[in-house]
Ligand binder design. Structure first.
Ligand SMILES: *Cc1c(COP(=O)(O)O)cnc(C)c1O
Length: 356
């Protein structure tokens, strides 16, 4: 093998420089996020029929979620502008990502999370990267309202998806999908929480279409959890409830962005139950070998629902973003799985347990 630096991935800011706001080289803060795999489903024919299905596995980003794509740009720009600190409200993954990128940039991170509602993996990340973690006795929406007020009056940069650089960075996932496929999918499925990601993908796909890189943009298919579905219901949900904590949001910041994506693409914003989410979560893990977090599986639950309703047809090509890694929330995996058997170190007993 010849040693060569050719082809080494340099992170989304450098790889997609032409299509992103410019960042001075000294300010670039990257953990080489992006370049995540697009894995074709091979064992789900009973639920997908002749719809081709691909998973964009964003759980393989440096901190385990797609938030890194937006965070690299948001933190780099904050650094370039001379900011010394970042702040966010988070259901977990934004705080993990902000904490990691801020540590790399030599900046301080303040993260506000709803007390008792953050998966263990995410909380541990924010803590080990040295962020100040503030557990708010309230909801994500309460925490975000405080963050907005604080950034109005104090010298800290907000890195929630209201920060336009987050959206810019996250749109690069759509570029990768089309690059890897070689064409545009017909449908793109996403879980919807604060709705920044669906807004970002739509922007990315439309930019490709405008540059005539692809002939058309896919229909954007966003899925909320039934107990946290303000966009579907048409009004904020005061007390959102779902096992999918990453999308447990009652008043999405990018509400309008989600509606625009839906309307302009001819897509849908719909909802799935916690049961459907957990079924999809187990299905993708047990059949395809991909471990995503519960919220991520809302996208696959959406695919299953849309096949049943014949919205998704034979011949369509669907991409499903799996937004975060399953190891973020091991408690949930253990809760929904078959318990381990306790056995003595005895061949006979173990072979019997194995079913031989
Ligand atoms: C943030 C997040 C979402 C929701 O994304 P929005 O941009 O808020 O709609 C979904 N899944 C995971 C794993 C997340 O971290």
């Amino acid at each position: 093998m010849a040693l060569s630096r050719k082809g080494l991935w340099r992170g989304i800011i450098r790889e997609f420089a032409e299509h992103l706001p410019p960042v001075g080289e000294d300010a670039v803060t990257t953990l080489l996020e992006g370049n995540t795999p697009l894995v074709e489903a091979v064992n789900l024919k009973d639920v997908t029929g002749r719809t081709r299905l691909f998973f964009k596995f964003e759980g393989l980003n440096p901190t385990g979620s797609f938030k890194d794509r937006g965070m690299t740009l948001a933190v780099s720009k904050a650094r370039e502008e001379g900011s010394r600190a970042v702040i966010c409200a988070s259901t977990g993954n934004t705080s993990a990502s902000a904490a990691a990128y801020a540590s790399r940039a030599g900046m301080k991170a303040y993260v506000l999370v709803p007390e008792g509602n953050v998966a263990l993996g995410k909380l541990s990340q924010a803590m080990i990267h040295g962020a100040m973690v503030l557990e708010v006795r309230g909801s994500f929406d309460d925490a975000l309202a405080v963050v907005k007020e604080v950034t109005k009056n104090y010298p800290v940069t907000m890195v929630n998806s209201l920060n336009p650089y987050r959206i810019e960075g996250q749109k690069t996932a759509a570029f990768e999908v089309c690059e890897y496929l070689g064409y545009n999918p017909t449908h793109h499925f996403l879980p919807v929480g604060n709705a920044g990601n669906i807004t970002a993908y739509w922007k990315g796909y439309e930019e490709l279409r405008e540059r005539r890189v692809v002939s058309e943009s896919p229909r954007m298919m966003g899925f909320q959890a039934e107990g946290a579905a303000p966009i579907v219901r048409g009004e904020p949900v005061l007390n959102p409830k779902t096992v999918a904590t990453a999308i447990k949001i009652g008043n999405p910041a990018s509400w309008q962005g989600a509606l625009r994506a839906k309307e302009e693409s001819g897509g849908v914003i719909d909802m799935v139950s916690d049961e459907e989410i957990l079924d999809a979560y187990r299905l993708v893990a047990s059949r395809e070998g991909i471990f995503c977090e519960p919220a991520s599986a809302a996208s696959l639950a959406g695919v299953i629902k849309m096949r049943k309703l014949s919205v998704l047809k034979d011949g369509d090509t669907a991409v499903c973003t799996l937004t975060g890694h399953g190891l973020k929330d091991p408690d949930c995996a253990i809760k929904v799985s078959v318990k381990p058997l306790s056995v003595s170190p005895d061949v006979k007993e173990i072979v019997r347990a194995m079913g031989f």
